[in-house]
Design a protein around this ligand. Sequence first.
Ligand code: ADP
Ligand code: ZN
Length: 721
Amino acid sequence: MPLPRARVVTLNAALGPLDYRVPDGLAVEPGSVVVAPLGPRQLIGVAWEAERLPSEDVGDNRLRPLAGLIDVPPIRAPLRRLCEWTADYYLSPLAAVLRMVLPSSSALEGGRQLVEYRPTGVVPPRLTPQRTQALERIEGRQGTIRELADHAGVSDAVLRGLVNAGALEKVMVEADQPLALPDPGFGPPELSPDQRAAADSLTGAIGGGFDPVLLDGITGSGKTEVYFEAVAEAVRQDRQVLVLLPEIALTEPFLKRFAARFGCAPVAWHSDLRSSQRRRAWRGIASGEAKVVVGARSALFLPYANLGLIVVDEAHEPSFKQEEGVQYHARDVAVMRAKFEDIPVILSSATPAIETRAMVESGRYRELRLRQRHAGAVLPSLDALDLTADPPPRGRWLAPRLVAELEANLKAGEQSLLFLNRRGFAPLTLCRTCGHRFQCPNCTAWMVEHRLMRRLACHHCGHVMPPPEACPECGDKDSLVACGPGVERIADEVQALFPDARAAVVTSDTIWSPARAADFVRQMEAHEIDIVIGTQLITKGYHFPNLTLVGVVDADLGLSGGDLRAAERTFQQISQVAGRAGRGDKPGRVFVQTHQPQAPVIAALTSGDTERFVAAETAARQEAGMPPFGRLAAIVVSAEDREEAESIANRIGRKAPEVEGMEVYGPAPAPLAMLRGRHRFRLLVHARRSLDVQDVIRDWLGQVEWGSKVRVAVDVDPYSF
Ligand code: ADP
Ligand code: ZN
């Protein structure tokens, strides 16, 4: 129904909805993407149902006319409802949510040719260090000058120099190339009876209506194969599918499997796309041409033309929680999107979150279980190695028993994996003479030594410094020591123990692109690597049949700190990494190094008694009224000036409302008291479940004012705190 006037939500978060007159000849309906003039500027926005949003009342005669209508399909009502829900629930401006719907301005322009560049292989006569770095980093890539420069970490000028030197060439890209069509009949697997039953139950739900399902199956049980059947059914019914993955790095093995099942690649959506790819994906999604989209969490807000299924793979993963801007949890938003679209949603996990299990308990989600590994493979045995009883030698981190197991595995010609969730060589550098510690100037964090890249780096803000030659405090030269291990240091230890073994470090520092991930998979499959030393990047998704031994270097790492989810996260992480062992026909063995073998989480892992651990965790949360039995929200006040942040935090604290069933703690310095140069104070709100915390917080913060230098961010359902 065309509107005579339009209420427009722009992409500018500082502006509320604005009213416009619709000029004759412009067919604007709710959801239309429009161009709205504001002063001298032309803003992009979406026409909204006026009755759903307040705006300042202005007489019709003063309304400015809209400047135009953009030729893309209108944003459909289910997505508009999702945007409203997200803005309300996460206390964010609607415009900030809408920016995730329309993230690519080039997508809004009609078809044309785009200019990109790619390396030619020509080595320029003058090779500066910057040119070398650029050429190394953009090998095999293509993109605009800006994108390539960003990727290489150099200026545009360096790349333009490379163009002039013939090392980069111009390529014209057709903006609207056709997208490949997945073929549901391409490579169907032979499913086991268990898998068949689960798959049938899922395919039966396609086309049905809202139906949240937990697909709970041990690692290697074939969850992916099973939900692929649901994907195939949706494609047969000509509906679109969104598969959410927790990390871009996981996309590569996934793409391979997808191609084996459906005969072509799905459409990818993540932060690492070039703008031409982003444009192509967005338009294909909006037109319905993109049948299957695999993406990171932001793919949830795209304007699918006829979405028929959402899958959240590894649904328990913390990285589904967005920690900046709109601080949403993609798992929860996925369920809401499915609800508004009235379609099924599958949460797949070997270690479902307590929250998700509680939804099953209360009957709101149904559960499908896979209890066996595919093709007779068995879950690996898991033993704890007590570091207090059998410690590694001084200055080493691998216990004698683990070393012996590694040696035996090498002799047997099988592959091993050592897991330590810490990038770099050492988490702290210390001066033995004066005690000076190298700290980030912008964050409450130590500078982590990265020996491979020859520098110290802050893992929070990215600040780097060259490796110090002397202590900046006392000037002593030979007094600096690296404290504690990171994966690089474990790799050194492995190399010292087994000089002939081929070891590889796998972290985001070494696997920074899909191409590198593909390369790693190929090397593993060809057995060019004997021992992998990796962070959580290696714990998920990979399937290496010859990998039979897993060592967890420090199981206690995630347990300190007293976080609500510490034990649960440790349990999930170790289960996941253990799940990499023994996936083929050889059984796997897992050894977990710990100082507290009697801790409930370690005992649960070694005994395999998941149910008891989950029951105990759940009971403890229930007792304390913690999520999902109670609610939490964090209010973080930050500013460059410490006193300014503290005074606003105190003012907010003094205005805390007295509400039955709600307590407010703080303000106190936030866990990262300084981050990226901003001092942070936090108030923590704990409430009973039935309380509308958002409403209370909205009212409460509405009574306090702060200047532009202070930022107040609310984290509803914080993941860690
Ligand atoms: P999960 O996601 O539960 O860890 P996967 O779906 O990755 O399990 O399956 C583990 C391995 O077993 C994969 O290599 C997969 O291709 C294979 N697999 C599982 N089920 C089947 C099947 N029915 N036929 C052939 N291969 C299968
Ligand atoms: Zn920092």
